[in-house]
Structure formats: C-alpha cells, structure tokens
Design a protein around this ligand. Structure first.
Ligand SMILES: O=C(O)CCC(=O)C(=O)O
Ligand SMILES: [Fe+2]
Length: 285
C-alpha cells in the first residue's frame, strides 16, 4: 500500500455480519467509512451482473460518455463527449485502456427491469433511498478527487473489476485545496505534486482496493479519488437521512452548478486559475 511509511493512508476496515443497530452506531453516527463484504449477499445482481450480462440485456441503450475534458476548463467542461451503445462501450473497455467513462447515468430509468436484480438492504432498513447511478471505466481511468454534491451517504457496490479508492473525511478539507464553487480538488493523491500543494502532506485518509461483490460505505461529504485497476463497473446507492440535509444538498447543487458552469463559459481558463488561487489561500500549510 502506498505511503504507509508516514501512515498517510490507513487501510480501510472490512466488516460483515453487522446488525442494523451496530451499523447505525458504529458507522452512520460515528461517521466511519467501511467496506462491507456481505451487503450484496443474496442479491441477483451479485451473482449475475457482469459485462456480458449488460451487453446481452441492455447493450442496445445509448449512453453518454465523458473523457478528461469533463474536469478541464473550457468547452467540454461538465459535458458528455460522445454517445455510444452500451455494448460498443463495454467492448471498448474490454479491448484496452480508454479515457472514456460513463457515470451519473441512471440506467434504471431506461431499463427498470434491472431493479429486480437488486435486493432489499437489510442493514439499513428504510434508510436507503433512490438515485442509483452506474459508473463504468477502463483500466487506468481516474476520477478526480471530489465529494458528492448532494450530501448523501454513499454505498458504492462493485460488480466487475477492481478499483483503488482513496478517501478523506470532511475534516481533512483544509489540506485538500478545494476549488471554490465546486466539490473538487485537483490533487492526485496517488502522485501528489507537493510543491504545488504543500499542505496535502498533512492530509490523512484511507486507502482500499474494492473487489467485486464488495460495498464501500462513505458517510456524507467524504472526499474520494478512484483509480480503475481494471475495467470495471459499480453502482452507487445513496441515502439522505433527513429532509433538512436533503434541502442543503439541493441548494448546493444549484449554487455549484449554476455559478461554476456559468463562470466557466464566461471566463474559461481564467475562472480555473482564479479558483486555483482561492484554493491556495484556503489551504492550511
Ligand atoms: O467509481 C467511480 O467511478 C466514481 C464513484 C463515485 O464518485 C461515487 O460513487 O460517488
Ligand atoms: Fe462521487
């Protein structure tokens, strides 16, 4: 594991057999991330969901694909780059490394029959909510360090391939150079540029390799960086415990999305540079 000499990243704990009470107390209330190795037990999805199954069942669906321009200021910022059928896209992933990723796509709107493959999460009772999103990516793909804008808890379920995930609690934000009006940081925790981002040396987080069949639980506002060790896909299920935090989440989405996208259109690279310099001032060295 990387950087263990100075303990920058601790291995994330794996647990199974938790009761709902234990999970609530030790993970939700304690805001403690964990890998659950039996969250998906008994779900059809755990048994059947592979690239081949998706090619056969829903390969005809047209899906939006994004490349690195999604995070780069300019014309492609936060825009899908191309559309392909899911079958073509999966074949691309299997053929070799590609920058194209598919994310924040609610496949269940188009193929509600897939919902039958999901089980009832016994651990969380009624806690789990809607908005399942799928994430597909090729070997070597990276997801920029960010936290989820809607302030929900995330259950990231891995079905095919392995991912390296590095996470930080919200308390670490002061070392992460968050870009204002976004939920992103441009630090790559696997090879940080410490001359550019010196305060990052103080950040402490967790690292894991998420394996097929496993679920990463992250409490609200946890930062995450994802590196695809292999072509892989997962779905995230989200929950938002109260109407109040849901309200805050929606306000955040509106604020971040409108301000950031509008300013990017107006100023392009200058907007990015301005955000970098505000992020520098905010970081604690
Ligand atoms: O695994 C990925 O590609 C990204 C996952 C993610 O950002 C999330 O579940 O919120
Ligand atoms: Fe995320």
């Amino acid at each position: 594991m990387r950087n263990t000499k100075n303990q920058q990243f601790q291995p994330l704990e794996r647990r199974s057999g938790l009761t709902p009470q234990q999970f609530k107390k030790e993970h939700i209330q304690a805001k403690q991330p964990v890998i659950l190795t039996d969250f998906l037990e008994g779900w059809k999805a755990q048994k059947f969901w592979t690239f081949d199954y998706f090619k056969e069942k829903v390969g005809h669906l047209e899906v939006p694909l994004y490349d690195q321009n999604y995070s780069i200021p300019g014309k492609g910022y936060m825009q899908p780059t191309i559309h392909k059928t899911l079958r073509e896209y999966i074949e691309m992933l299997e053929a070799g490394p590609t920058d194209y990723r598919m994310f924040l796509y609610n496949i269940f709107n188009e193929a509600p029959e897939l919902l039958n493959d999901l089980g009832k999460p016994t651990l969380t009772g009624g806690f789990l909510d809607s908005f399942p999103f799928m994430f597909f990516g090729g070997k070597g793909s990276e997801v920029t360090l960010h936290y989820d804008i809607d302030h929900s808890s995330v259950f990231l379920n891995q079905f095919e391939g392995r991912k390296r995930i590095i996470i930080f609690s919200p308390e670490q934000s002061k070392y992460l150079y968050q870009h204002p009006f976004t939920v992103k940081s441009h630090i790559n925790p696997m090879k940080p540029d410490l001359e550019r981002y010196p305060a990052f040396a103080n950040a402490r987080g967790y690292e894991c390799i998420l394996e097929p069949g496993e679920t990463l639980f992250m409490p609200p506002c946890f930062w995450h960086f994802v590196y695809y060790e292999e072509p892989s896909f997962s779905i995230s299920l989200r929950s938002n415990p109260s109407l109040f935090t849901r309200g805050i989440g929606i306000m955040q989405i509106v604020k971040h999305y409108i301000v950031d996208k509008g300013m990017n259109l107006a100023l392009g690279k200058h907007w990015y540079n301005l955000k970098e310099s505000i992020a520098d001032k905010r970081a604690i060295n």
